[in-house]
Design a protein around this ligand. Structure first.
Ligand code: TYM
Length: 330
C-alpha cells in the first residue's frame, strides 16, 4: 500500500537552499508511489507577530515555490494549514496529552524564548501543533531536515501515549525521513550553525529566488579554512565540507565523488564551479516560480487542496473525538 507522506514549510522569510536540499527535494521525490500531502504552515508562522499582508503574500510565495520545485497538484495535495480547521482542533486535544516538561526541553523553544517570560504561549506549544499536523492525516512518513528530529520524536511519543490510553488504532505512529546528504545545510558565513531563514547576514544563506550576483557573492565569501584541501571532514573542516555537501546535492554526487573530482585543486575554482551548479539548478525553479506566482490558478489549487485535505482530516477527527468521548454524538 502507498505510504501517506506529510510535511510542511513555514511561510517566513525566503525559502533557502537548506530548506530545498533537506526537505523540498524529498517532497518531490516522494510524489511517485506515495500518497503525499504538503502544507504551508501559516499557523506556525504567527508564533511571532507578523504583518497580515506580508504573511498572506509569503503564504502564496511558498505555495508558488512548492509548485515551482516540482510538486504536482495532480499527484500531491498542496494546501494552507489554516484552511483546514482540524489542525487547531487536534492540537488542543494533543496539548492535553503532552507534558510541560517535555515541551520545555525542545531546543527550538529554548533557543527562541531564551527564558523570556513574555515569549508567546504559542511558541511553547508549537511542537504540539506540528504533531497535530502529522497525526491528523494518519501519516506514515515525514520528510524533514535534521533540525526537526526532536519534534518528530515528540510526535511519536504523544501518538504512542494516546494510543496506550485510548486504543491502539487512535493514531498512526509516524517515522521521520532524513536525507543522508543535505539534511543539515550549514550557514555559509558560520558553518558551525545551520543555514537559517532568520539570520541577519544575507550572505549566510542562498534563497531559492536569489539572483546570480547575490548567489556568486554569497558563495565566494563563504567561510572555508587555510589548509587549501578539498576534503569532506565536517569536524575539522566544516566550511569546505558544507560546500562539498551543497555541490554534491545539486550535482547529484556523493561527498566522496566530489572529493575525487576536485582532488588537488583550489578553493577558488571549486567555489566558482559551485556558483555555476547552484545557478543552473535554481534558474528553472525561478522561471517557473515567476509564471506560477502571477497566475490566478494558484488560489484555485490551494482551495482544491484544502478541500481534499479537509476530507481526510474530518474522518480522523471523527475517530479521535469518538475515542475521547467528545461531542454530543459520542
Ligand atoms: P521550516 O519552515 O523551518 O523548514 C522547512 C523544512 O526545511 C528543513 N530545513 C533544513 N534542512 C536542511 N538544512 C537546513 N539548514 C535546514 N533548515 C530548515 C526543515 O527541517 C524543514 O523540513 N516546524 C517545521 C514546519 C512544520 C512541519 C510540520 C514539518 C510544521 N508542521 C509537520 C513537517 C511536518 C519548520 O519550522 O520548518
Amino acid at each position: 500500500m502507498a505510504a501517506r507522506v506529510f510535511s510542511g514549510v513555514q511561510p517566513t522569510g525566503n525559502i533557502h537552499i537548506g530548506n530545498y536540499l533537506g526537505a523540498l527535494k524529498q517532497f518531490v521525490d516522494l510524489q511517485t508511489g506515495n500518497d503525499c500531502i504538503y502544507c504551508i504552515v501559516d499557523l506556525h508562522a504567527i508564533t511571532v507577530p507578523k504583518d497580515p499582508s506580508e504573511l498572506n503574500s509569503a503564504i502564496l510565495d511558498v505555495a508558488a515555490l512548492y509548485l515551482a520545485v516540482g510538486l504536482d497538484p495532480g499527484k500531491s495535495i498542496v494546501f494552507v494549514q489554516s484552511d483546514v480547521s482540524g489542525h487547531a482542533e487536534l492540537s488542543w486535544i494533543l496539548m492535553c496529552n503532552s507534558y510541560t516538561g517535555e515541551l520545555s526541553r525542545m531546543t527550538q523553544f529554548k533557543d527562541k524564548s531564551r527564558g523570556n517570560e513574555s515569549a508567546p504561549t504559542g511558541l511553547f506549544a508549537y511542537p504540539v501543533l506540528m504533531a497535530a499536523d502529522i497525526l491528523l492525516y494518519d501519516t506514515d512518513v515525514v520528510p524533514v531536515g535534521n533540525d526537526q528530529k526532536q519534534h518528530i520524536e515528540l510526535t511519536r511519543d504523544i501518538a504512542i501515549r494516546v494510543n496506550n490510553k485510548y486504543g491502539e488504532d487512535t493514531f498512526v505512529v509516524p517515522e521521520g525521513r532524513f536525507l543522508k546528504e543535505g539534511a543539515r545545510i550549514m550557514a555559509l558565513d558560520d558553518p558551525t550553525a545551520k543555514m537559517s531563514k532568520s539570520a541577519e547576514n544575507p550572505h549566510s544563506s542562498i534563497s531559492l529566488l536569489d539572483d546570480e550576483g547575490k548567489i556568486k557573492k554569497s558563495i565566494m565569501r563563504a567561510t572555508t579554512d587555510s589548509d587549501g584541501e578539498i576534503r569532506f571532514d565536517p569536524g575539522s573542516k566544516p566550511g569546505v565540507s558544507n560546500l562539498i555537501t551543497i555541490y554534491g546535492a545539486f550535482a547529484g554526487m556523493g561527498a566522496a565523488d566530489v572529493e575525487r573530482e576536485w582532488a588537488g585543486r583550489g578553493y577558488g575554482d571549486f567555489k566558482k564551479a559551485l556558483v555555476e551548479v547552484t545557478i543552473d539548478s535554481l534558474r528553472p525553479i525561478q522561471e517557473r516560480y515567476a509564471e506560477i506566482r502571477s497566475s490566478g490558478d494558484l488560489i484555485t489549487t490551494l482551495k482544491d487542496g484544502a478541500e481534499r485535505a479537509g476530507a481526510i482530516a474530518e474522518k480522523v477527527m471523527v475517530r479521535v473525538k469518538d475515542r475521547f468521548g467528545l461531542g454530543a454524538a459520542g
